[in-house]
Design a protein around this ligand. Structure first.
Ligand code: NDP
Length: 282
């Protein structure tokens, strides 16, 4: 009975929290998207362009960014600009936000999406990589949020953080990556409380994604697992709709919401289940 009631409550809570999305609200919106040269970030840039937003995109590879910007212009973006930056450089996160604020005359959305490459393998003790990845995947997010907060407060804007189920549940082969994603939940979850308590008008949306069919993700998990991967374009649209409707948390695909609710009920079976997803022979 308890199980049925819990599932019913979770279902109602989920329906209650389904975002009501108004595409018009994105017309002319000033948006900075990180990690937008490829993958989900690139797809977000195209959706935003189609909604008539003003976008600044960033990543390291200038030539690729240039091509994405050209495509955004063709899709109807009111403005599309790029700034090349390396988030491993502690000066770049602030420089990128300042560029976007200057060029767009303010900021409505800061979409934090980039990740540095990290091996899909048993942890090998590489502390250098761990520190580097913490800077790229976590500290740079904090730096960008800090720099953008005054502009976002002025515009009653939003920070959208792209995270992963691996920032909610532990899984093998991803220790450095997973650590950075758990850190994001800790920092931005705390900031959500503090902004609300201080009645500061900035919303934070944390998006938890399952496996998405980007080239980099598919390349990594090849041979390790047969878990279904979901389309990057749909994941990108999900992130945009969740952010623009100011959801505190969102899940794509939707059913991971339930897994995250019940994940601690039977930890022994959960962990057996997680390990069974992977092919591994020591
Ligand atoms: P990709 O690997 O396809 O793209 C990563 C982006 O980050 C690229 O634009 C890359 O561009 C940029 N980038 C890499 N290193 C740096 C750096 N040092 N400084 C600045 N930019 C950098 O990632 P996905 O699209 O697959 O993932 C996007 C987000 O979604 C991530 O936050 C990821 O954790 C999350 N996610 C993805 C899942 C998946 O299965 N794909 C599952 C769950 C979550 P460049 O090389 O030009 O710098």
């Amino acid at each position: 009975k308890l199980l049925i009631v819990s599932v019913a409550v979770a279902f109602v809570a989920f329906i209650w929290s389904v975002p009501s999305f108004d595409p018009e609200s994105l017309k002319g919106a000033r948006v900075l998207v990180t990690g937008a040269s490829t993958g989900i970030g690139e797809q977000m840039a195209y959706h935003l362009a189609g909604f008539g937003a003003q976008v600044v995109i960033t990543a390291r590879r200038e030539k690729v960014l240039q091509q994405v910007v050209e495509k955004c212009q063709g899709l109807g973006a009111q403005k599309a600009l790029y700034v090349a930056a390396d988030m491993a450089d502690p000066l770049d996160p602030e420089r990128v936000v300042k560029f976007a604020v200057d060029q767009l005359g303010g900021l409505d959305y800061l979409v934090l999406n980039h990740i540095g490459p990290s091996p899909f393998a048993m942890w090998d003790g590489d502390m250098e990589h761990m520190r580097w990845l913490m800077q790229v995947n976590f500290l740079s997010y904090v730096q960008m949020a800090k720099t953008a907060l005054p502009s976002l407060e002025q515009s009653k804007g939003s920070i959208v953080v792209v995270s992963s189920l691996l920032g909610k549940m532990c899984s093998p082969f991803v220790a450095p990556y997973s650590s950075t994603k758990f850190s994001l939940s800790g920092f931005f979850g705390t900031l959500q409380h503090e902004l609300a308590m201080q009645r500061r008008n900035v919303s934070i949306t944390i998006c938890y994604l399952g496996l998405i069919d980007t080239d980099s993700a598919m390349e990594k998990v090849k041979g390790f697992t047969n878990i279904q991967a979901w389309p990057a374009s749909e994941a990108a649209l999900h992130i945009i709709t969740s952010g623009s409707s100011k959801q505190a948390e969102s899940y794509y695909p939707w059913f991971w919401y339930y897994s995250s609710l019940i994940k601690d009920w039977f930890p022994y079976f959960r962990d057996l289940g997680i390990r069974s997803f992977y092919n591994y022979e020591p």
